[in-house]
Ligand binder design. Sequence first.
Ligand code: NAD
Length: 472
Amino acid sequence: MSYSMIINGVATEAADHFDVPNPATGEVVAAAPIASPDQIAAAVDAARAAQPGWAARSSEERAAMVMACAELFEANAASLAKLITEEQGKPLSGPGSNFEMQAVIGWTQVPASLDLEPEVVFEDETRRDELHYGPLGVVVAIAPWNWPAMIAIWQIVPSIRMGNTVVIKPSEYTPLSTLEIVRLMNEVLPPGVVNSVSGAGEVGAALTTNPGVDKIMFTGSAATGQKVAAAASDSLARVTLELGGNDAAIILDDVNPGEIAEALFWGTFINMGQTCACAKRLYVHESIHDELVDALAGIATAMPMGDGLDESNVIGPVQNVPQLNIVKDLVADAKATGGTIVCGGEEPGGPGNFFPLTIVTGLDNGSRLVDEEQFGPVVPVIKYTEVEEALAKANALDVGLGASVWSSDPARAAVIAGRMEAGTVWINSHGQIHPMSPFGGAKASGIGLEFGVEGLKAVCQPKVISFTKQPG
Ligand code: NAD
């Protein structure tokens, strides 16, 4: 089967294609089109032409159409989840592709149910100043491969809800579910409101340098984010950058290791660790270190790993070979520099990009596995004595997407949470994002916010209308 791009409501083929392999088997799932420069320009032109008409519709009408998209996602959730498993690798079961489809539906319904009313920001006897929010125009969305469908929705839905039109480019590793989602949305939306173009980085670069673009929503690595920001500096297009992280979790001495182990495990290894806001460095107090490591390793080794289409598996492969190589390299470095492999650590062999869940102790800041984002199924556990030392190490890196504090004393945890340098700090969980709570990075983890009311503002042009009460 081959998948088409949708440009101006029309299924559009390309002259060239690339194969999308299944990371669990290496077999080709399907071919995806490579957008030509003319097709990329045509997609932006279609979005530009459709935008005034889309923005002119009432807010209620746009909300109703977005809700209708959510119904379509619900009706097609099973087939989309299967496609996500085939191209991305995450299993159907556990917090996998069925879970991702529930997020797709929820993150479509919530922005549809929100709106931005004008706010009176100042009033006295002489004037009343109102802050209004209108669309920016054409939004380009560029997505990564880890949660392809969910992140596409995070980018598309708030944008169209507020009257913008969109051109989305999915990752070249996982284009199929996004092409299918855009096809479904076009059953409901007017032509040109949501367009898709697929291909590798050059397609993204061509979109970000197109002068007809008003806003770029980018989710991916910091290195590409810097290129996107540089491209946007020419046109002064607005940017939201959701970039990499290396989230620290600080586990205090007052936790019961057995009670927190499962939540900490999933906060670390959801999607095989290929999640922007996974716990990627665990700082554990020395008094509970060994017990917690044993509990985590017990869970990790009991989790069935294999092809995610088999519903008995809850752990899948690494999504792509370059990412698998990063994980292998970091594990090799950890072994060579004195780390202890508590579980995992060796490739199983056989087809697919499988690597077992791996826990490493005995490392510290300064080790590559601690300092670099692994974005895969390996985590370092760092023993600490003083909480000030853990906090200093947690804050030492130049990234700060998420973070967490684990304690039986919420007040004590809250004080530490207040001092962690991150866009979100969870207490007694990690990565529990919510469509009403703004999400974004501190430091080099990004610029701007997604989700909730703040996410709607991020795709709007604010405008003050100032009424004079006493002319002259
Ligand atoms: P990536 O930067 O390699 O690719 C992301 C997208 O950018 C892809 O669609 C790619 O084709 C495109 N691209 C490549 N070169 C481009 C260019 N010059 N101009 C425009 N677009 C270009 O990232 P990835 O490997 O797909 O994703 C992994 C990274 O994403 C990790 O660092 C992870 O932490 C981060 N991430 C962050 C969030 C978040 O919300 N903060 C969410 C998911 C992933």
